[in-house]
Design a protein around this ligand. Sequence first.
Ligand code: FES
Length: 149
Amino acid sequence: TPSAEDIRQIVAPLTALEGPLLPMLHAIQAEWGHVPQAAVPVLADLLNLGRAEVLGVISFYHDFRDHPAGRQVLKICRAEACQAMGGTGVAAETLARLGVDWHGTTPDGAVTVEPVYCLGLCACGPAAMLDGRLLGRVDADRLLAETGA
Ligand code: FES
């Protein structure tokens, strides 16, 4: 886990930007894979914001995670075309079988499941992406097999 000082070093060069909070959060996540708790007071301090404001922004943008992700990240498309192809059911079954909710990570740390809104694979829905690899016409069996869960 990074210290407050580590975090300060990463974000300090961004202070001069207009609207620096989002670039800072992206920089932190790029460095450590998530936005650790320790970042909240550092950012609040630097930007003269309340901690609640910083936390609000982190939770509003689902791209930011407050825990490290699992070893694999599975994104399941929740946009319209995939929903029309049964994506909602595939997602629900996959989440249930993995025992997680959206943005959740399996207890063994193997898989984090996240929603995504269109992967450009609408013709082959329901679509998903596992660690950057596109998967078309998926069902829950296939997704679980791909993740090895
Ligand atoms: Fe799912 Fe486009 S709607 S890939």
